[in-house]
Design a protein around this ligand. Structure first.
Ligand code: HXC
Length: 257
């Protein structure tokens, strides 16, 4: 498939999707939304792929939804087309999805990073929800996912003032898993993604599904869900392989797909 606003690469068992609208700091227009969701879904279906990385440029992961495209929308345009709802397709992705963020992750860009399962940030990363300065509010989950990630106080302040968080604050606040020097971002993200892709793919999917439950249910139901999935791992060949490899003091070779 040929795309205009993204690049897609296979790096071994890792699929890498790079946002590429350099003239607009990777602003998320309709075409880019369609291309990202299509490419990520395709990688999700690909039996050779065990983990997906979503990244941008050095200056910007994405500077938000495309303001020039949205500017003259009417309420009926926004409502009828269910503007931005297509991004929800990313929540159906079952393989681990890593956001590797360098530079600006603002508005829809911050929301896109938060739609991923974990964020690795370069030390120059800046996260923010500046929608209020444009007279709108976040529309791809920002008020919800940021609040869950960093708590009410910071989320409220960021959404009300548009203040950006730098990488250090983002790590301290629990928004990002790890901060790395900007020159090492791609390497570090690929290393983490390859490590995940080297695990049992179905078991990694079960981990993702179980962790995600934590935000969707009560503690006792979440633990019950986890217990059932834990039991289910014993139905995989990979559980037998993983435990046999430990006992034999060798590196496991996982084969379930
Ligand atoms: C469209 C954008 C854009 C955006 C940048 N550009 N962000 N175009 N939509 N979100 C374009 C600029 O117009 C400019 O094009 C080019 O990219 C380079 O940007 P500059 O502003 O010249 O760069 P710089 O001075 O370095 O400033 C970087 C920046 C600034 C601080 C990130 O671009 C900025 O504030 N952007 C908007 C951030 C924002 O408000 N995002 C939230 C959007 S709303 P030209 O043609 O002039 O060179 C959103 C949520 C939607 O995401 C949900 C509500 C429904």
């Amino acid at each position: 498939t040929s795309y205009q606003t993204i690049e897609v690469e296979h790096r071994g068992a890792v699929g890498v999707v790079t946002l590429s609208r350099p003239d607009a700091l990777n602003a998320l227009n309709t075409q880019l939304m369609g291309e990202v969701t299509a490419a990520v879904s395709e990688l999700d279906q690909d039996g050779q792929i065990g983990c997906i990385v979503l990244t941008g440029s050095r200056k910007a992961f994405a500077a938000g939804a495309d303001i020039k495209e949205m500017q003259s929308l009417s309420y009926m345009d926004a409502y009828s087309s269910d503007w931005f709802a297509a991004w929800d397709r990313l929540t159906a992705v079952r393989k681990p999805l890593i956001a590797a963020v360098s530079g600006y992750a603002l508005g829809g860009g911050c929301e896109l990073a938060m739609l991923c399962d974990l964020i690795i940030a370069a030390d120059n990363a800046k996260f923010g929800q500046p929608e209020i300065k444009l007279g709108v509010i976040p529309g791809i989950g920002g008020t919800q996912r940021l609040t869950r990630a960093v708590g009410k106080a910071k989320a409220m302040e960021m959404c009300l003032t548009g203040r950006m968080m730098d990488a250090t604050e983002a790590e301290r606040s629990g928004l990002v898993a790890r901060v790395v020097p900007v020159d090492l971002l791609t390497e570090e993200a690929l290393e983490t993604a390859s490590a995940i892709a080297g695990m049992s793919t179905p078991v990694a999917m079960m981990v993702k599904e179980s962790v995600d439950r934590a935000h969707e249910t009560t503690l006792s139901e979440g633990v019950r869900f986890e217990r059932r999935v834990f039991h289910a791992t014993f139905a995989t060949d990979d559980q037998k392989e993983g435990m046999a490899a430990f006992v034999d003091k060798r590196v496991p070779s996982f084969t379930d797909r």
